[in-house]
Design a binder for this molecule. Structure first.
Ligand code: S3P
Length: 244
């Protein structure tokens, strides 16, 4: 089909294992001649061993650091589709790297669909010996908050073919670009990722203050004591209660 520059930024495809990132990246390459970076493939090639062997030989953290380094390298590219490993968006720094020069597209699928897609593959160390719907559903649930926070757009892939998924993606990215242009570069339905991360920290701080203030009260049922043993003062309400 067309051979033209679709976007002037990179597209980061994220999502759980088996959500179709590599398939969609391949389709974008075949259809629009977009360059594709398969993060797992590049890492495996550079290390001269499979992803499973990297995990086994050097451990998961080593692999995660390689992912982060590779993302930093992507900064000087544009109009490239980057098919990320399923765990890449778990590090907030990785997501910040993606956002510097790209849009993040989250592909989702039901655990049953994922299982069908991954069941015959043996180069996913986290799923080896765990190929069942309940393990997949659990890990997916643990990751979903971070996936969703990272995503500029989310595309559900169950029951759709590659063309439908790509058309939906391109149409939604273009709509997002147009609306950003109209609003001078800011069309976030949600606050920008960096702000979301900051807001989470602030929320956490308020929670800590709240727990700190309410903690002492729980030790003393006497209503007049309420508030006397606030916080981590080292004293319980009983210590400070003058005995009502
Ligand atoms: C992983 C996903 C894999 C690969 C590694 C870890 C994960 O990539 O990076 O096995 O933590 O979800 P795919 O999502 O391409 O399978």
């Amino acid at each position: 089909m067309e051979n033209k520059k679709l976007f002037d930024y990179n597209i980061f495809l994220i999502g759980f294992m088996g959500c179709g990132k590599s398939t969609i990246a391949g389709y974008l390459h075949d259809t629009f001649s977009m360059d594709v970076v398969e993060m797992d493939d590049i890492i495996a090639k550079r290390e001269g061993m499979s992803i499973s062997d990297i995990f086994e030989t050097h451990g998961e953290q080593y692999f995660r650091d390689l992912e982060t380094n590779l993302l930093v390298e992507m900064q000087n590219k544009s109009n490239v589709v980057i098919s990320c490993g399923g765990g890449t968006p778990m590090r907030e720094n990785n997501v910040l790297e993606m956002k510097k020069n790209g849009r993040v597209v989250l592909l989702t699928a039901q655990p049953e669909t994922v299982l069908q897609r991954v069941k015959d593959n043996h180069d996913r160390p986290l799923l080896e010996n765990n190929k069942n719907v309940s393990f997949i559903a659990d890990l997916m649930a643990k990751r979903s908050e971070k996936y969703e926070a990272a995503a500029d757009i989310i595309i559900q892939t169950d029951g759709k073919n590659e063309q439908e998924i790509c058309e939906e993606m391109i149409q939604r990215l273009r709509a997002m670009d147009e609306s950003r242009q109209k609003t001078g570069g800011c069309s976030y339905k949600q606050p920008p990722y960096i702000l979301q991360a900051f807001m989470k920290d602030i929320q956490y701080l308020f929670k800590l203050i709240y727990w700190n203030l309410s903690w002492g009260r729980s030790f003393c049922g006497r209503s007049k004591c309420e508030g006397r043993a606030k916080g981590f003062t080292g004293k319980t309400a009983d210590d400070t209660c003058s005995g009502h």
